[in-house]
Design a binder for this molecule. Structure first.
Ligand code: ADP
Length: 328
């Protein structure tokens, strides 16, 4: 722990997520408000190694709260995983007199942050920034809400054509090993079924569900497939279903990277602002190796170690049950 921090840098790392800019803005302005010299590191840990570290003023974060992506850019940096890479990163931070670091990213970013702070005297606070919502210690991660909104906007459009042509659509959504996006997208778009990595659904179960829908005169069906589903991707599953269930013309849509971009929702702008504000306040208190997150409606800290190691099962039982009941 190292109190009396005077110079703080912010970086974004790993996959970009809407709301990162709101967080950068909040961190920079909170630091400046408290008399801290603020810096931005370009391209995540790569920027630490390349000494791509720039001073940031209150005006340098004007007009970014509504932008998706990250103005600081992000990168996957293999060199930071090595002892040599981390040493160069530390030397560059020291050369700039930086003693506090805010890292915005997912579990890979936090692993890097933890290893770094265990070796060097730089206080580090993590902000959960990933659309996957897969970190312990925050009910919602930055970008998750916007991603769901993007997904349902797309599915609403797919529904128009599915309904007009009596089609069965399999829509694959992102989330890695987490079905959070898929489940909420299924409920908000009125999907007929959802396949989640956390709750294996057999082909028999799925086909039975679709048959009930067809027998009760559903004119279209949409099945949401989470990318981490054990039975394979949407194309594989659609093929297997088609062999046994041919009431509808079957189509597949993979939403892919469009889910990562776009202007952040109000929720993500506010969450990003709260987390950026909280991250600086934690550094000012002398705290380190903590993640700031949202629990209930309060911002709380969790050790980065816990955030990384505690298993997270975020699919609420009532939502799972309700998704099934409402899709009849
Ligand atoms: P995310 O943060 O979205 O999970 P990644 O898994 O790509 O994304 O991690 C982002 C970056 O964090 C990596 O490119 C690397 O620079 C750093 N990182 C990941 N794992 C480690 C590690 N074990 N040690 C040091 N740095 C790491």
């Amino acid at each position: 722990m190292k109190p009396n921090i005077k110079n703080i840098a912010v970086l974004t790392s790993g996959g970009d997520a809407p709301g990162m800019n709101a967080c950068i803005r909040a961190a920079v302005r909170t630091g400046i408000y408290n008399g801290i010299n603020m810096f931005g590191v370009m391209q995540g840990y790569q920027g630490l190694i390349n000494n791509n570290i720039i001073p940031m003023g209150a005006r340098s974060v004007s007009n970014i709260i509504h932008l998706g992506g990250t103005v600081l850019k992000t990168a996957r940096c293999l060199d930071f995983k090595t002892e040599e890479g981390m040493k160069i990163a530390y030397d560059n931070l020291k050369a700039n007199d930086i003693d506090g670091l805010v890292v915005i990213g997912g579990d890979g970013t936090f692993t890097g942050a933890q290893r770094f702070s265990q070796r060097y005297d730089v206080n580090v606070i993590g902000v959960p920034g990933t659309i996957d919502n897969d970190l312990y210690g925050s009910d919602f991660t930055l970008g998750y809400d916007t991603a769901i909104n993007t997904v349902i906007e797309a599915i609403d459009k797919i529904r128009d054509t599915a309904d007009s042509h009596d089609r069965l659509f399999f829509v694959e959504v992102m989330g890695r090993d987490s079905g959070c996006i898929a489940l909420r997208a299924a409920i908000s778009s009125g999907a007929e079924a959802v396949l989640l990595p956390e709750k294996p659904t057999s082909l028999d179960e799925l086909i039975e569900q679709l048959e009930i829908g067809a027998a009760t005169k559903k004119s279209s069906s949409i099945v949401i497939v989470s990318e981490g589903h054990k039975a394979g991707g949407a194309y594989d599953i659609a093929k297997k279903v088609k062999e046994r269930f041919n009431h509808y013309d079957t189509k597949v849509t993979i939403l892919g990277h469009l889910q990562r971009g776009g202007s952040p929702s109000s929720f993500d702008r506010i969450l990003g602002s709260r987390l950026g504000f909280a991250a600086i306040n934690e550094l000012l208190k002398g705290n380190t190796e903590q993640m700031v997150g949202l629990r209930g409606n309060e911002i709380k800290t969790t050790s980065i170690d816990e955030a990384l190691t505690k298993h997270t099962f975020k699919l609420e039982a009532d939502l799972l049950e309700m998704a099934k009941v409402l899709s009849i």
